[in-house]
Design a protein around this ligand. Structure first.
Ligand code: 13P
Length: 261
């Protein structure tokens, strides 16, 4: 049975004052919720604040990336070990905005996944096709290439990732920051495809790995998405900036019925 997971990705938003109010509102709304996992991924500079405000609550916190480097002359990079010191349990890796604006690719993303796992942090590996790839019918090919990049890691690292665990996020680029999410049926078919790809690593790994959906999740569409058998929760951008909307999305995950095989 996979436990639903809803993660807010705050992206480049917030201030000390705004974050404090928002985190307090989310903690207040979610304090009695123990059936699902909830996380917030903040800009690096606010991780200390998250640690102060979210410790001893049922809300996890995490970073929006980690470096593929461990230490050294890499100006502006932040390592997985560093964010682990601030209590991060999650780190987003391979987000399409990083791929688009900062030329990150799957080869770098899989090293970041390894760094996160080595630091005891669960990576949330984002994969998804662009509008052009979607229109060309190449979505599955793109997803396969992004996910199978994990095979470029050495065997020991791959085994470690499989036993520690990771979260997959299907984020179709055309649905991010858009007017509409992917339909539940389309998202489900892509999630099932991703799970099938994961089974090429190991059947048990495929069954236990949570695959969450991201791209214009709202309180209105969350339930239909989360009710799909292979959609194990959401990675939420804009709606996570509103504590009330985010809490409604978490509530939609509460009623989720995952298959028990
Ligand atoms: P939106 O929910 O704003 O579309 O963003 C999705 C996203 O990119 C989450 O990582």
């Amino acid at each position: 049975m996979r436990r639903p997971l809803v993660v807010g990705n705050w992206k480049l938003n917030g201030s000390l004052a705004v974050n404090e109010a928002r985190m307090q509102a989310i903690v207040g709304a979610e304090k009695d919720i123990h059936q699902i996992d909830i996380g917030l991924c903040l800009p690096y500079v606010y991780l200390f604040q998250a640690q102060q405000l979210l410790a001893n609550t049922n809300i996890m916190w995490g970073s929006q990336n980690v470096s593929q480097f461990e230490q050294g002359a890499y100006t502006a990079c932040v390592s997985a070990d560093m964010v682990a010191e601030f209590g991060c349990q999650l780190a987003i890796v391979g987000h399409s905005e990083r791929r688009h604006y900062s030329a990150e690719n799957s080869a770098k993303a899989v090293i970041r996944i390894k760094r996160a796992v080595d630091a005891g942090i669960t990576p949330i590996y984002c994969i998804g096709e662009t509008q052009a790839e979607h229109a060309a019918g190449e979505a599955k090919k793109v997803l396969a290439a992004q996910l199978m990049a994990l095979l470029d890691l050495d065997k020991i690292s791959l085994e470690k990732i499989k036993s520690f665990g990771l979260v997959m996020a299907y984020e179709p680029v055309w649905a991010i920051g858009a007017d509409q999410a992917a339909t539940p049926e389309l998202a489900q078919s892509m999630h099932a495809f991703i799970r099938d790809l994961l089974s090429k690593f190991d059947a048990e790994f495929a069954q236990k790995t949570r695959i969450i959906y991201g791209g214009s999740v709202t309180p209105e569409n969350a339930k239909a998405l989360f009710n799909m058998p292979d959609i194990d929760g959401g990675l939420v951008g804009r709606a996570s900036l509103d504590a009330h909307a985010f809490s409604s999305i978490c509530a939609a995950a509460l009623n989720y019925q995952a298959p028990s095989n």
